[in-house]
Design a protein around this ligand. Structure first.
Ligand code: GRF
Length: 195
């Protein structure tokens, strides 16, 4: 299976996924794509010999459909089987998502269905949650809403800040996402629950 990983920033999840796709793993990284040319993960991917693409969303201003057409055209030549969103910070509409239904994953830094959207850690702390975590789900047109493929839970500590909680969750993202991708690429959609 050929996997495209979409990033917008440092790409720590992308790096964990790339490092996991070795040996008898049914998938290989075939493309790293970013919506911004200055994403730190692009340099790393290039150094790994992985094809990279940039589709800057800014020239399209509010025209999501045009941006998504450019995305689809950019991905097409790479013969991709699975798209893994990993810190990709653009909302994708049904125009892009529907053709990829059942073949696109995302990792979200909360225990969905709680805390869809942004600022998940600050919101969890404000709500007095005693545990938090991350979710890998299939991408559907509704934001952060598709079938759950995996979750990892972490404790919230009394002196946690959004940053300290984010760091604890991110560590689990790097464990969970590779496990889920390996299963998913092998056709197994049973959810992974950590610990
Ligand atoms: C992190 O907040 C992570 O929780 C979310 O995207 C952000 C950046 O991740 N998935 P990465 O380091 O670019 O993978």
């Amino acid at each position: 299976k050929r996997v495209a990983i979409f990033i917008s920033g440092g790409g720590s999840n992308m790096r964990a996924l790339v490092r996991s796709m070795t040996g008898d793993h049914p998938a290989r990284p075939a493309l790293v794509l970013s919506n911004t040319a200055d994403a730190g993960g692009l340099e790393w991917a290039r150094a790994e010999g992985i094809p990279t693409e940039v589709v800057d969303h800014r020239p399209f201003k509010g025209d999501r459909a045009a941006f998504e057409t450019a995305l689809a055209e950019c991905v097409a030549p790479h013969a991709i089987d699975i798209i893994a969103l990993a810190g990709f910070m653009r909302v994708l509409t049904s125009g892009f998502v529907t053709p990829w239904r059942g073949r696109m994953l995302n990792i979200h830094p909360s225990l969905l269905p709680k805390y869809r959207g942004l600022d998940t850690h600050a919101r969890a702390l404000a709500a007095g949650e005693t545990e938090a975590g991350c979710t890998v789900h299939e991408v559907t047109p509704a934001l952060d809403d598709g079938p759950v493929l995996g979750q990892a839970r972490v404790p919230v500590l009394p002196d946690d800040t959004p940053e300290s909680l984010a760091a604890r969750v991110l560590e689990q993202e790097h464990i969970l996402y590779p496990i889920v991708l390996r299963r998913f690429a092998g056709g197994d959609r049973r959810p992974v629950m950590l610990p």
